[in-house]
Design a protein around this ligand. Structure first.
Ligand SMILES: Cc1ncc(C[n+]2csc(CCOP(=O)(O)OP(=O)(O)O)c2C)c(N)n1
Ligand SMILES: [Mg+2]
Length: 391
């Protein structure tokens, strides 16, 4: 397990923790050129630094930390996320899915570890890289695939597409395209939970690009002041489109941004699903005890480009391979097999089940109708007699 650094209201600066990577782009270099980038998030898997920060190549624990059911649930959820998105990527190539499409492949543990640490009434919100969260929460793959196809049977009635998946049934509140836009919304959802005394919390995900938005800082301040039950999670995958974290700011240890608001803040090796679970469980306990928000920096990596149209030339093959060698699904698979929590045959049966589910979702989407033209005028305003609607 990674070393835990919960930083509750530290007053001194944490300069020793900062990356020694160059802080600014060389003059005249575009953000997306092919300069070899320093490793943006974690140290190389085989380095001494990796061992020191809890990001070793082999992530299999000596003894499993969780029961067999939890590992099997993680395996199934993460495989579903990955296989669903691999299929979505193929279908995009065939132009069956159009428009924007951002894949989560590589980041699966960020969601699976949080699902196991939270409870059913908790609310979830994220940015536009949003297929995996509802899949793990139990939204039908059919409804998500149909949404990618812009079909009427999609979970947003075919009017949202890849970036705007919503499912009230599982408390998934989107799916937001404006970078950082969901952060004040997440604080607002948490406000409602506190106001209504539900005992639930809100987990609010964002990318590393979002932490530079002013709205985040306003939301952090209020959430902390009012002790809202919210877990802010930055999925630091090293890049915002083609711009690495190092090119964006002097502050590259993103969790330290919470400290300006006295918010308990913690870096997490999010290639390791156990570490994700433990960090979210600690944050949830604080939120439910009335102690307010936590800021978690999930150090992760996306294996694919920013979106389907990004060839990802701003990073090296070696960097990608380095992260793939710490793949969270492979690690869970290895733990299950090593500790006799399941056999090869049982895991293959799960894989087959997922393959059939994904295939069924494609057939469902293909065979569904597009929304009719009158749908354009529906779901625009909640209030049916909204006074500013004109013919
Ligand atoms: C306010 C705003 N500015 C710019 C964009 C264009 N844009 C879309 S995604 C993106 C990068 C965000 O990266 P990050 O937050 O790290 O999330 P990731 O894609 O890595 O998950 C940008 C700049 C936007 N959608 N909203
Ligand atoms: Mg990013």
């Amino acid at each position: 397990m990674a070393e835990t650094k919960v930083k509750a209201a530290p007053k001194a600066s944490n300069s020793t923790n900062k990356s020694s990577a160059p802080k600014a782009a060389p003059k005249g270099k575009a953000a997306t050129d092919t300069v070899k980038q320093p490793d943006p998030v974690l140290p190389p898997a085989n380095s001494e630094a990796a061992a020191a920060t809890g990001a070793p190549k082999a992530t299999t624990p000596a003894q499993p930390e969780f029961p067999k059911e939890t590992y099997l649930q993680w395996y199934e959820q993460m495989q579903l996320m990955r296989k669903f998105e691999e299929k979505a990527g193929q279908l995009y190539g065939q132009q069956k899915i159009k428009g924007f499409c951002h894949l989560y492949i590589g980041q699966e543990a960020c969601v699976a570890g949080a699902v196991s640490a939270l409870t059913k009434g908790d609310k979830w919100i994220t940015a536009y890289r949003d297929h995996a969260h509802p899949l793990a929460l139990g939204t039908s793959p059919n409804a998500i695939m149909a949404e990618l196809f812009a079909k009427a049977t999609g979970c947003s009635k075919g009017k949202g597409g890849s970036m705007h998946i919503f499912d009230k049934e599982v408390n998934f509140i989107g799916g937001h395209g404006i970078v950082g836009g969901q952060v004040p919304l997440g604080a607002g959802i948490a406000f409602a939970e506190k106001y209504n005394k539900t005992g639930n919390l809100c987990i609010c995900y964002m990318g590393d690009g979002a932490v530079r938005q002013g709205a985040l800082h306003e939301a952090f301040n209020m959430a902390m002041l009012w002790k809202l039950p919210v877990i802010f999670v930055v999925e630091n995958n090293g890049y915002a489109m083609g711009t690495s974290v190092q090119r964006t700011s002097n502050v590259t240890e993103l969790y330290t941004l919470g400290e300006g608001y006295d918010m308990p803040s913690e870096p997490v090796n999010a290639m390791n699903v156990e570490d994700v679970h433990n960090a979210v469980a600690r944050a949830a306990e604080r939120a439910r005890a009335g102690e307010g928000p936590t800021f978690l920096e999930f150090k992760t990596y996306r294996y694919k480009g920013h979106s389907m149209s990004d060839p990802a030339k701003y990073r090296t093959k070696e960097e990608l391979e380095d992260y793939r060698s710490r793949d969270s699904i492979e690690a869970v698979r290895h733990t299950i097999l090593t500790h006799n929590m399941g056999t090869e045959e049982e895991l293959t049966a799960i894989d087959e089940k997922i393959k059939a589910q994904v295939q069924e979702s494609v057939e469902f989407a293909e065979n569904s109708p597009y929304p009719t033209a009158d749908e354009l005028y529906k779901d625009v305003y909640v209030q049916q007699d909204y006074p500013y609607i004109r013919d």
